[in-house]
Design a binder for this molecule. Structure first.
Ligand code: NAD
Length: 354
């Protein structure tokens, strides 16, 4: 655990280094600008040195050519890892070994085993190992967590999260193999994190998944359905897609007293009565890609990371809770491969019978 000094006093902003200055890091940098009381960007690193330099400049931060140089900086308290998925585990491990707190973009790791090793190391060293499940920082989700006792006995949950990506949004999307997973690695973590949040301490007793690929610009699955059975006869279903141009983001929770629904990821209704409405300007055109602003989630996430590192209550998934999600994704991927690989994902589209 870094020693307490003026920098690490309870209210001091967290000195953060950002590793990977690509697409999503823009949201993190904007969040850092919005929350100077929570974080101070002191270093950046990217394999592309020019990108690290451009990202560092507005903050007067140091752009490091090597990752090890970031880890050697005593003023860096925490790293935010926003590199391609396959690098998350090794970079998080190196950062924890160097005594840095970690906020890593989802997924925390490619396997449950790696994620658990990270959680264990963080616990051993008294460091925060947190994962960027951005959509936890949403008023509707928070309302459900904070008013859980109001709705009666919970029975089941349906999640639909269907968007449209016309091919790879970063080059590494195209090279992910079907075994590594595409949508099950990139997008499923958001939906399944919500399921795990609702199910609490329990992991599913049974997992069934089917996956399919509809686009030819990548090798992995771009659509999946998952059915989960939890202790206490609680059920969950998850439908995720990269093939739906009329964006659908809906969560439905069934209780013995009625139905909770989150529409467009933002509007919360209890038996039709509105409980939470997003602030003006968040839902611009929610059935369109990009028609909803997400910046406030990233800003809240940095405030939560500040709270976590400073030992205060926070809402980030950390440690073993974060690792349990990757263990669940392992099970989902295995089920999807067993059920759907040969006829729905693997054959090149050109070779498939029409
Ligand atoms: N929370 C969310 O809603 C959300 C949204 C999008 C992406 N993500 C996650 O963020 C991560 C990054 O995604 P992205 O879309 O920004 O990808 P990206 O390819 O645009 O950015 C990744 C950056 O990492 C850099 N990089 C590659 N190898 C590196 C290495 N060895 N060392 C240092 N830097 C390296 C690249 O040059 C690039 O700038 C992914 O894990 C993705 O799952 C999360």
């Amino acid at each position: 655990m870094p020693e307490m000094n003026e920098q690490t006093a309870p209210h001091a902003p967290l000195n953060l280094a950002v590793i990977g200055c690509g697409r999503i890091s823009g949201a993190h940098f904007n969040a850092a600008k919005a929350r100077p009381e929570a974080v101070r960007i002191v270093a950046t690193h990217d394999i592309d040195a020019a990108q690290a330099q451009a990202a560092a400049e507005p903050f007067g931060a140091v752009a490091c050519v090597h990752f090890e140089d970031v880890l050697a900086m005593p003023e860096v308290e925490a790293v935010l890892i926003a590199t391609p998925n396959s690098l998350h585990a090794a970079q998080s491990m190196a950062a924890l070994q160097a005594g840095k707190h970690v906020l890593v973009e989802k997924p925390a790791a490619e396997t449950g085993e790696d994620a658990l090793a990270l959680a264990n190391l963080a616990a051993e060293k008294g460091l925060v190992f947190a994962v960027g499940h951005t959509f936890r920082h949403n008023d509707a989700v928070r309302y459900i967590v904070d008013h859980w006792g109001d709705f009666g006995k919970f029975r089941s949950l349906e999640v639909s999260s269907c968007v449209f990506w016309d091919g790879p949004q970063a080059p590494w999307w195209a090279t992910r193999t079907p075994e590594e997973g595409l949508i099950l690695s990139l997008f499923a973590p958001h939906s399944l994190d919500f399921v795990q949040l609702i199910m609490g301490e329990d992991d599913p007793v049974r997992v069934h998944a089917e996956a399919a690929r509809h686009q030819s610009g990548w090798q992995g699955e771009d659509e999946a359905m998952v059915l989960l059975a939890y202790p206490g006869r609680r059920l969950a279903s998850v439908h995720i897609s990269y093939n739906q141009p009329a964006v659908l983001d809906r969560k439905v929770l069934h209780f013995d007293k009625g139905v909770l629904e989150i529409e467009h990821g933002e509007i919360l209704r209890w038996n039709g009565e509105e409980l939470v409405h997003p602030p003006e300007g968040v839902l611009i055109d929610p059935r369109r890609m990009g028609g909803r602003t997400l910046g406030h989630y990233f800003a809240d996430q940095l405030s939560e990371m500040h709270a976590a590192v400073r030992g205060k209550p926070h809402r980030l998934p950390t440690g073993r809770d974060a690792a349990r999600l990757i263990a669940l994704i392992d099970r989902v991927k295995a089920s999807a491969r067993a059920n759907s690989a040969a006829d729905a994902i693997d054959p090149p589209l050109a070779d498939r019978p029409q």
